[in-house]
Design a protein around this ligand. Structure first.
Ligand SMILES: NC(=O)c1ccc[n+]([C@@H]2O[C@H](COP(=O)([O-])OP(=O)(O)OC[C@H]3O[C@@H](n4cnc5c(N)ncnc54)[C@H](OP(=O)(O)O)[C@@H]3O)[C@@H](O)[C@H]2O)c1
Length: 344
């Protein structure tokens, strides 16, 4: 499997020339790819980070075009003035910053109040369009859904269910997105939302983010078994491209589910083991007697209608692992031999 993947069909070349946009949380996994794509398209980018001097943001300064068209600004989602300063002079805002954790202490306040602050600051600074990176966690968390019916943008997660299952990430993203829509309607902000499923693919940033950890734990030996669960995946380049498409398409509106396909963990582990047999990928389910959970299918039709072409999930896995190896975040092991296969 080649390491280079075809990106989604390109948006018009240099569509961003002479246009300035802000990306919140610019140093994060998804936002870094978004900044890269925006710079490629000729945009001038104001990227917010909490500490512009932190070496973890250096990869942004190394991007093509960054020297001329990227400024990193200090901003915190809970500091409304810092957002106002960052957005002033911009045509659009991509709001990607958020903690990605199930710790309610860390998650709830920046996600919920922070997102309201972003939409309010966008209204106050006359931003033409805000693209908010919500999550599939704001869409599908509801135990009463029919798993045979594809989930589309009309679905919302059940807040009580998120609370009782202590899924604080999904809870906070759901309330954050609801708040974004409420403030946007009240203040007349043109808001478009992207709802990605679990995002994989190569890392631009120097450290492992939460969604990459989802795959990494199956390669390091830290997960001895896999859980009886299913998950949908999407390539980070397609997520970045989706953000650009919904920003640039004048008719874009509402929510856009950003998903390639859904795999049970057994299939995920099988795919990883086939691609990289040298790693100790689990072969057993934690609950072997249980019927395998059927994952939800997600409709990505609205993004395909905007021209996004999705990289297959196996390629996402391959690119993720190769990137972790290239960055020295995962040891490169000698290739497995046939003898290894027989003894395992
Ligand atoms: N990765 C996924 O699978 C996935 C799936 C669906 C949706 N999403 C959403 O996509 C967005 C980006 O996720 P990611 O995976 O790229 O996460 P990530 O790599 O952890 O990046 C998150 C960014 O948010 C920033 N941030 C956190 N709290 C902040 C605050 N109080 N003020 C300002 N910035 C803050 C962090 O900045 P610092 O560097 O300053 O800490 C970091 O750069 C999030 O909104 C997430 O909910 C992610």
């Amino acid at each position: 499997m080649p390491s280079e993947t075809a990106a989604a069909a390109p948006a018009p070349a240099l569509s961003g020339q002479g246009r300035t946009v802000c990306v919140t949380g610019a140093g994060g996994f998804i936002a870094s790819w978004l900044v890269k794509r925006l710079l490629e398209l000729g945009y001038t980018v104001r990227g917010t980070v909490r500490n512009p001097m932190d070496p973890k943001n250096e990869h942004l300064r190394a991007l093509e075009g960054a020297g001329e068209r990227l400024v990193l600004l200090r901003a915190d989602l809970l500091d409304a003035d810092s957002l106002l300063a960052a957005f002033t002079g911009c045509e659009g805002v991509f709001h990607a910053a958020s903690p990605v954790t199930d710790d309610p202490e860390k998650m709830i306040e920046p996600a919920i109040r922070g997102t309201r602050n972003v939409i309010t600051a966008a209204a106050d600074t006359g931003i033409k369009r805000v693209v908010f990176t919500s999550s599939i966690g704001a869409v599908y968390m509801n135990p009463y859904r029919d798993p045979n019916k594809p989930v589309d943008d009309t679905y919302w997660s059940d807040l009580e269910y998120c609370k009782t299952t202590e899924n604080w990430y999904c809870y906070a993203k759901t309330v954050a997105e609801q708040g974004a829509w409420e403030v946007a309607r009240r203040r007349g902000v043109d808001l478009v939302v992207v709802n990605p499923v679990l995002v994989l693919g190569p890392l631009l940033q120097p450290t492992v983010n939460a969604s990459t950890e989802h795959v990494m734990k199956y390669l390091t030996g830290s997960a001895k078994t896999y859980v009886n669960a299913a998950q949908a995946y999407v390539h980070v380049r397609d997520v970045a491209e989706s953000h650009v498409r919904v920003y640039e398409c004048p008719d874009a509106h509402g929510r856009y589910i950003c998903a390639e396909s859904t795999l049970h963990r057994a299939d995920l582990c099988r795919a990883l083991a086939k691609l990289f047999p040298e790693y100790p990928v689990p072969t057993r389910c934690k609950d072997e007697s249980a019927t395998p959970v059927k994952g939800y299918l997600f409709s990505n039709q609205r993004l395909r209608d905007l021209g996004v072409e999705f990289v297959p999930v196996r390629q996402c896995l391959y690119d993720t692992v190769r990137s972790l190896q290239d960055k020295g975040l995962l040891p490169v092991l000698p290739a497995a031999t046939e003898d290894d296969d027989q003894s395992s």
